[in-house]
Ligand binder design. Structure first.
Ligand code: ZN
Ligand code: FE
Length: 746
């Protein structure tokens, strides 16, 4: 008997793939079966050829909403069995695990209807989900994705849920986290000493009352807890800033719905689509100046990070709330997001007044994703909930199992086996013991998911990165091959990987910090590169970071250093410049000595630090309390009607900006300085591109998160009909480094 066998790989489990296939087979009157194994989904079909072809066409063009098909292999086989029906059969176990694990997805419209419908048995049930939505990655212990392998294993389904679970025509067929009020996880409200206040719906109603009254609370989300307060209550937000010791860094804001959000932010069509998408990421948008939003939610910044409710619990919460809420990840600074009530009480018991918890455990923590719209397309800056784990098909198979562990800031890890690349969700900055624990736990989780033992580990070249130390130790202990890839070359490769490029490119790596091949701190690099090698053809002229790490927190130190490079000490003392005014005479003397004798003053070519310096010269930021602050502040002063730019020179391969520094001091007006500076950076890119007509252009590195710089440069390169690329799915910042590290081995 001739049968058609189909193997499907990609995100095909936990997304309603088998019932979809089942219903499709019935529709075309086909017999056979569908099953899952740990490589994906297998289908066997018997029937008329035209029906099989129609089935395949439908499968390829209209797969289930959450599925992502990476490969579809169709073969003709001979079978002994003649099937009389089409059936879904039990999961098969095999040896190699390569099923892609689905990210967590925001509650779908059908589930929202269920919780709003008083006749439905899930009316106001806060943990409602189905095959098209809800938790995946965050509740999985191991594959295959079956209920026993998730944190739902301790809940026994009631009859009503059980009937849906086994009915292939039901939306909850094999939805592993399916549950209801009767059989599922329960909501509980606690005070900050762990005493129960109330439970179930009362708990949500009550916590809304507390938020309205100005309290600071914690609420369990999908991949971790949020700390929440009323975003229109200045006093609550102030109190939160004091308790969390977070003076300025903007908070993300969750809104009841898109109409309410539009009272606070001016959205483009593209931004609205991103905010409403099934991933519901935090999206950076332009705020409307309204007195309704507490001033201190995002001090002195014209943009806000906004998102919509993405769990049924949030939806129900907003039935009792009208105002937007601050919803920030619950963590101690430099630590990962908290995923259990006990840890929350332990670490943040003094920050929050009440805690809303439920007993569906989070196995794998996962932060909210953060994105913006660049050139009207989504541009991911923090790749997490909704998007990660991210699977990328490689253009060819790797011959070894590779683990890439990224950089030290915005860490993510990536695995490569066969032609799969799996990128982990955002792990974060590795500046604490608990963040290193989270890093190691993430590696263990992914090794378990994919039955993966690396043969090669790739890390950065920075000798002091925790990741480098970990990789060196791990490789020496386990006798594995260690590969180190230069930071900015990895940025270039990450962007090449997203666009599947295998040719020579002209790459601009504009970044904060990265260890250079000469031991200096790079970050303003121009390379000619391909997958095998790179040549640094230009770089920003080195300047000294007075006080090293301190210079990152104090942009005025970088600015002063550039002034010392440009003028004599006596001239600096007499300048009418905000930077100089920000130091007293004895500080200026000390700084000059540091500069002159190069005491704790490493050399850097970082454009990120240059942004800091310019913000100080423009008088808008002499200190900064979070990364990217100076860029955001300069951007909001940018004037699209002003075409002038500062001048620069290229001398012996070094981009010399002393003329620009002099002109900035003379201009003495912040908006003019911001505009002419950003225009100069764009000129540098365009001018050098014109010298290398034949090469495609890569724009990469954290500096290109600057929407103004990237959109301006894109427009100009488009006018010139240049072929240019930047990465938008793989983060352009250090969170993409692991992808570039893998690509170096292809
Ligand atoms: Zn139930
Ligand atoms: Fe970087």
């Amino acid at each position: 008997m001739t049968s058609t066998s189909i193997k499907v790989q990609g995100i095909v489990q936990g997304v309603g793939f088998r019932p979809y296939v089942y219903n499709l087979a019935l529709q075309y009157n086909l017999k056979g079966y569908v099953n899952n194994d740990d490589r994906g989904v297998n289908i066997l079909l018997q029937g008329f050829e035209e029906d099989i072809n129609a089935f395949l066409k439908e499968l390829e063009t209209n797969p289930p909403i959450l599925a992502k098909i990476d490969s579809l292999d169709v073969t003709q086989t001979q079978t002994e069995t003649f099937y009389k029906t089409f059936e879904i059969i039990q999961s098969e176990q095999s040896n190699s695990k390569s099923t892609i694990i689905s990210p967590d997805i925001a509650v779908c419209d059908d589930c929202i209807d269920d919780i709003h419908n008083s006749d439905n048995f899930r009316f106001k049930y806060a943990l409602t989900n189905c095959t098209n939505c809800g938790p995946r990655y965050s509740i999985i212990k191991t594959v295959p994705y079956d209920r026993v392998n998730t944190s739902m294993n301790k809940f026994i389904m009631c009859e009503a849920c059980g009937n849906e679970y086994i009915d292939p025509s039901n939306r909850r067929y094999h939805a592993q986290p399916v549950s209801c009020e009767t059989c599922g996880p329960k909501i509980i409200l606690l005070d900050n000493e762990d005493n129960e206040v109330c439970h179930d719906l009362c708990a949500i109603e009550q916590i809304a009352t507390y938020i309205k009254a100005g309290n600071i609370v914690a609420i369990k989300g999908m991949g971790g807890f949020h700390i929440i307060c009323d975003a229109t209550n200045e006093h609550s937000v102030d109190e939160l800033r004091i308790r969390k010791n977070r003076p300025d860094k903007p908070f993300a804001i969750m809104f009841k719905d898109i109409n309410n959000l539009k009272e606070y932010a001016k959205l483009t069509h593209a931004e609205e689509e991103i905010i409403l998408s099934k991933e519901k990421p935090i999206t950076l948008v332009k705020r409307i100046k309204t007195p309704k939003l507490a001033r201190n939610v995002a001090p002195n910044i014209d943009r806000i990070g906004v998102f919509l409710p993405y769990t049924p619990l949030h939806i129900i919460l907003f039935e009792y709330l009208d105002n937007p809420i601050v919803a920030t990840s619950a963590n101690l600074s430099n630590e990962p997001i908290i995923r259990s009530k006990d840890e929350l009480m332990d670490k943040l018991g003094n920050v929050v007044d009440y805690v809303l918890d439920f007993n569906r455990d989070i196995i794998n923590a996962c932060d909210d994703s953060v994105v913006q719209s660049i050139n009207d397309e989504i541009f991911v800056m923090r790749n997490a909930r909704g998007f990660a784990p991210t699977s990328i098909k490689l253009p060819k198979k790797v011959n070894k199992k590779i683990l890439a562990i990224g950089a030290n800031q915005k860490n993510t890890i990536a695995l490569a086996f066969e032609d799969n690349l799996i990128l982990s969700p955002h792990v974060g900055d590795l500046n604490s013991i608990s963040s290193m624990d989270y890093f190691k736990r993430t590696i263990e989780t992914f090794k378990r998911f994919y039955d993966f033992e690396p043969e090669v580990i790739i890390c950065d070249k920075h000798p002091n990165y925790e990741t480098t130390k970990w990789a060196t130790y791990e490789c020496s202990q386990k006798h594995l091959e260690l590969v180190q890839v230069q930071h900015h070359y990895a940025h270039v490769l990450a962007t090449m990987a997203e666009h599947n490029l295998d040719e020579k490119v002209l790459a601009f790596a504009f970044d904060g910090t990265g260890f250079g091949d000469d031991g200096k701190i790079w970050g303003g690099e121009v390379f000619i590169a391909d997958k095998n090698e790179y040549e640094r053809i230009y770089s920003l002229d080195y300047f000294k970071l007075l006080g090293s790490e301190k210079a990152v927190r104090e942009p005025k130190r970088v600015a002063l250093s550039l002034l010392f490079d440009t003028y004599s000490f006596e001239e600096v003392l007499s300048l009418d410049c905000p930077t100089v005014h920000h130091f007293n005479d004895s500080e200026l003397k000390v700084m000059h000595t540091v500069w002159e004798r190069e005491l704790n003053a490493p050399y850097s070519s970082s454009i990120g630090r240059l942004f800091d310096a310019v913000a100080s010269l423009a008088g808008i930021a002499h200190e900064q309390s979070y990364e990217g602050e100076t860029g955001l502040k300069l951007e909001q002063l940018y004037d699209w009607h002003r075409a002038q730019a500062y001048e620069y020179e290229i001398v012996d391969g070094r981009i010399d900006i002393k003329k620009a520094i002099r002109a900035m001091v003379e201009d003495n007006e912040s908006s003019v300085i911001a505009t002419k500076f950003i225009n100069m950076l764009s000129n540098i890119i365009v001018d050098i591109s014109l010298q290398h007509e034949s090469l495609p252009i890569i724009l990469t590195g954290g500096v290109f998160q600057n929407k103004t710089l990237l959109e301006l440069t894109s427009k100009r390169l488009e006018v010139l009909e240049k072929r240019y690329y930047y990465s938008s799915k793989v983060p352009i910042n250090d969170a993409g480094i692991a992808v570039g590290q893998i690509y170096s081995q292809l």
